[in-house]
Design a protein around this ligand. Structure first.
Ligand SMILES: [Ca+2]
Ligand SMILES: [Ca+2]
Length: 354
């Protein structure tokens, strides 16, 4: 930068670029956080359809929202949101199962609505653990569809769409903790390969099965059209290692839908993995943004002029989760914990290219 300031020709170029770069938008920046009541998991959805998200918090296996509460009977494991019954109001989905102090409960999926908590699905088994949960639009225009991945024994994970309380299994694979239906088929991310402690991988299961190169095992998946070219791009959290405390690389990678080379957009050095990825479009417009829940921090990834800029929103523990909360055009991220925290997001001064 010093060199640029000393060379008038380069300075002129820089200023000219600044003048012509009208398609810029300030990055979302975290504001001072506020403490909320303690929660082991937080969920959010616009339960009454007024354009403002309601927050659901789970503590001691009980969900609390508005003036209601419900006993979930298990440790919260995953959350997602969508209008699963097509009534124009969202439901907050919460998966529960086994965990510390709870070894003999079934895996369950709950739908929290303005009316109450509905049990959508339940499965007994030696490992009651929902490993992945997505709510996806129905291509035929019906209500949003639920895709869920769950252990069916100690090692095998099955994933499928939930229909009338029954899991319509699409795929099974050992330690495939994440599965995501995409336009081209089903993305299946394995933590480990076929041999004990061997690296996991990512496969696209369609009419044929292809392997998408990753750095070892995969822990989280998301997909969206990030660059507006009409093609789905994949976002992948990889780098898992069996000696994760020492050897893991907590990387976030984009596989562009146009076939151009995959690239790492973030490497989170203080975390050993990214456990969850969410992609959202800010209510005031602009390109999609990625919310990454890592083992030790919550990070927002946004496109800037040079690539992707990571912004740390909060520290986190290995069991915390984070959800985006919209209140009209006002955005915040709510992070579980003791206490839970709300981190408002506001447009700052750094520029983001559109
Ligand atoms: Ca609402
Ligand atoms: Ca609904």
């Amino acid at each position: 930068m010093v060199t640029v300031l000393l060379v008038p020709a380069l300075l002129a170029v820089t200023l000219s670029c600044a003048r012509t770069a009208t398609q810029v938008r300030p990055l979302l920046q975290p504001q001072a956080s506020t403490a909320l009541e303690p929660a082991e998991l937080v969920a959010a959805a616009d339960l009454d359809g007024d354009g403002r998200d309601e927050i659901v918090r789970v503590r001691h296996e009980t969900a609390w929202w508005g003036d209601q509460h419900a006993d979930l009977g298990g440790i919260p494991q995953a959350t997602a949101r969508g209008d699963i019954d097509g009534d124009g109001r969202q439901e907050a989905l919460i998966a529960t199962g086994m965990g510390r102090g709870e070894l003999h409960v079934p895996a369950r999926l709950w739908a929290i609505s303005a009316q109450g908590a509905d049990l959508l699905w339940e499965q007994q088994g030696e490992r009651a653990q929902v490993t992945d949960l997505h709510v996806l639009p129905d291509p035929s225009g019906g209500p949003d569809r639920i895709f869920l991945a769950t252990f069916v024994d100690r090692r095998m994970v099955a994933g499928g769409f939930l229909k009338d309380g029954v899991l319509d299994i699409q795929h099974k694979a050992a330690l495939a903790l994440c599965m995501l239906p995409v336009d081209a088929g089903l993305l299946v991310g394995r933590l480990y390969g076929d041999q004990p402690k061997s690296p996991g991988d990512l496969r696209l299961v369609g009419e044929t099965t292809t392997t998408i190169p990753t750095l070892r095992g995969v822990r989280a998946l998301a997909a969206a059209d990030l660059d507006g070219d009409g093609l789905q791009d994949y976002v992948i959290a990889d780098g898992w290692h069996f000696a994760y405390g020492q050897q893991a690389d907590s990387t976030v990678r984009i596989v562009p839908g146009d076939g151009s080379p995959a690239r790492v957009i973030a490497r989170l050095d203080d975390s050993y993995t990214v456990r969850h990825l969410d992609i959202f479009t800010p209510p005031d417009g602009g390109p999609p943004v990625i919310l990454a829940t890592a083992s030790h921090q919550i990070v927002l990834l946004q496109r800037d002029k040079l690539g992707w800029a990571p912004v740390k929103l909060a520290t986190a523990t290995e069991t915390d989760n984070a959800v985006l909360v919209a209140d009209g055009a006002k955005l915040s991220v709510v992070v579980s914990g003791q206490p839970a925290r709300r981190v408002p997001l506001a447009r700052g001064t750094a520029m983001i290219a559109e």
